[in-house]
Design a binder for this molecule. Structure first.
Ligand SMILES: [Zn+2]
Length: 425
C-alpha cells in the first residue's frame, strides 16, 4: 500500500522523491512490491487498455479520500447504492495490475473495495462503506510532473436519510454479449441445449484459496473443458453464460438460460469455509428449494446470492420472492428433473472425485430460479481445504471429473427421453 499524500492534488515532495526511488530501485534496495511498481512505471507493457497500477484509501471517518493511479486519463461515472452502503465507480475497460490484497484494509469510511470487469468495455470499482457517506468530489487528474493520472474520490459522512435522498436511478447496464446473440441455429438444430454457468467473474472473484487461486478462474477452466467435451459427443448443443472473465448478474444468467430454451443448466462454483466453520470437503450438488436443507446450504446460498451486491448491482427494485413461482406446475416438474439430474451427477462423480458426506442439498439459490429449466449448482469442492484445492488445480482431476459430468448429462437425457424422471424420494 502506497502512502496517501495526495491531500493536495499535486504534491511537490513526491516529485523530489522520485529520483531517489529510481536510485534505490536500481540498487535493489526497495521492497519487492515497491520496486515492481517503479519498473511498471518505467516500462509499461503495451496494452490497448489503460492500466490501473495502484489504489489506496487515506484520511479518516470525517474525510476519506480514494485514489487510483492509472496510465492515462479516463472518464468516470460515480453513483451510490444502499443496503449495504456502497459507492460505485464506472470507467471504461481497464487492466487492473494492483498489488495483492489491495482493497482489503479498512480505512476511514471505506470498509473494503473491489475492482474488475463488469462487462465487455466497462470496468468498475466498488467501495463498501462502513456507514452512509456523500461523494463530495470525484475527478480525474492528468498525468503531471512525474505522477501518473489519478482518479480521486472524496467522501464525507452523512445520515441515512440524506444518503437515500441522493440516490439517483442507476442506468441499467446493457445486456452482456451472450444475451444479445440468441442461438441462430436453434430452430434448425433439435439437439438439447445445455447451459453452462461458471460462477462469478470480472469484479467478483468468488471464493479464494489462501494461495491465491480464485473460484472464478477455477470454475471457468472447468466449464470450458466441459463445453469442449460435450460438443465432442455431437449429441448436444452447449452455450455459456460467460466464457471469459466477465461479470454476469445472477438474474441475467437465468434470463440467458431461458432465452436459449436450455434443457439443462449447470452452475459451477467452488466453496470456501472460514476456519471457524469447521472443515468440510468434497463436491456437493445443490438444487433449488425455498427452505435450505441444512445450515451449511443456507450459508452457501447467502454467500452465492451476494454476487450482485459485491459487483455493485442495484437490487432495490428486484422482487426476491419466488413463492408464487414455486407452486407453479412447470416449476414442480422442473424441480423433479433438477433432482433427477442431481442424483445422476452425484452417482457419476462419486466414482472419480471426493464428495461431500451429504452430496445432495438444496437452498434458495437465485441462479437456479428459472421455472422452466432444470438447474443444478455444482460446488466442485472447497478451496479452503488443502486436498480439495489440490484436486481443483489438477489437470488430471479436471479431465476425470469433466468426463463423469458428460456421462451424467448423457444418462440424464437418455432416461429423460425414455420416460418421466424418478419421483422425489
Ligand atoms: Zn460461487
Amino acid at each position: 500500500m502506497s502512502e496517501v499524500s495526495d491531500s493536495m492534488p499535486f504534491c511537490a515532495a513526491k516529485v523530489v522523491i522520485i529520483p531517489i526511488l529510481w536510485l534505490l530501485a536500481v540498487l535493489g534496495l526497495l521492497m519487492p512490491g515497491a520496486a515492481s511498481a517503479v519498473e511498471r512505471n518505467a516500462a509499461p507493457a503495451p496494452s490497448p487498455y489503460p492500466i490501473v497500477t495502484d489504489a489506496r484509501v487515506g484520511g479518516d471517518e470525517n474525510q476519506t479520500r480514494f485514489i487510483a493511479d492509472i496510465s492515462r486519463k479516463v472518464d468516470l461515472r460515480v453513483f451510490t447504492l444502499a443496503d449495504p452502503y456502497r459507492v460505485v465507480v464506472d470507467i471504461p475497460q481497464v487492466l487492473f495490475r494492483l498489488p495483492a490484497k489491495t482493497g482489503e484494509t479498512r480505512r476511514g469510511l471505506v470498509k473494503a473495495f473491489r475492482y474488475g470487469l463488469i462487462m465487455q468495455g466497462g470496468s468498475r470499482i466498488v467501495l463498501d462503506l462502513i456507514k452512509p457517506a456523500r461523494v463530495e468530489k470525484a475527478f480525474v487528474l492528468e498525468a503531471a510532473e512525474g505522477q501518473p493520472a489519478r482518479m480521486v474520490l472524496d467522501l464525507a459522512p452523512t445520515d441515512r436519510e440524506s444518503f437515500l435522498r441522493d440516490l439517483k436511478p442507476t442506468p441499467k447496464a446493457p445486456p452482456p454479449e451472450a444475451a444479445r446473440k440468441p442461438e441462430p441455429a436453434e430452430k434448425a438444430d433439435p439437439r438439447p441445449l445445455i447451459m453452462l454457468d461458471p460462477g462469478h467473474g470480472g469484479i467478483d472473484n468468488g471464493t479464494r484459496a489462501a494461495s491465491g487461486e480464485t473460484e472464478k478462474a477455477l470454475v471457468l477452466d472447468f466449464a470450458l473443458q466441459l463445453r469442449d467435451q460435450i460438443e465432442k459427443m455431437g449429441k448436444y448443443r452447449v452455450a455459456m453464460t460467460r466464457a471469459d472473465d466477465t461479470f454476469v448478474p445472477l438474474a441475467e444468467r437465468v434470463r440467458i438460460a431461458r432465452a436459449n430454451h436450455a434443457a439443462l443448466m449447470i452452475s459451477i462454483h467452488a466453496d470456501a469455509l472460514k476456519k471457524t466453520d469447521g472443515e468440510a470437503q468434497g463436491a456437493t450438488i445443490y438444487t433449488l428449494s425455498d427452505t435450505a436443507s441444512d445450515t451449511e446450504a443456507a450459508r452457501l446460498a447467502d454467500a452465492e446470492n451476494r454476487a450482485d451486491v459485491i459487483a455493485g448491482i442495484d437490487l432495490s427494485s428486484e422482487p426476491d420472492n419466488i413463492a408464487g413461482i414455486l407452486i407453479d406446475f412447470a416449476q414442480r416438474e422442473t424441480k423433479l428433473f433438477s433432482l433427477h439430474f442431481a442424483r445422476t451427477l452425484a452417482n457419476e462423480l462419486k466414482t472419480v472425485a471426493r464428495m461431500h458426506k451429504h452430496p445432495i442439498k438444496s437452498a434458495g439459490f437465485k441462479v437456479l430460479k428459472a421455472p422452466d429449466v432444470p438447474s443444478v449448482l455444482l460446488e466442485l469442492g472447497f478451496v479452503s481445504n488443502q486436498q480439495d484445492l489440490k484436486q481443483l488445480t489438477s489437470g488430471a482431476w479436471r479431465t476425470r471429473t469433466v468426463a463423469s459430468t458428460v456421462q451424467a448429462i448423457d444418462t440424464f437425457f437418455t432416461t429423460r427421453l425414455a420416460g418421466a424422471p424418478a419421483g422425489p424420494n
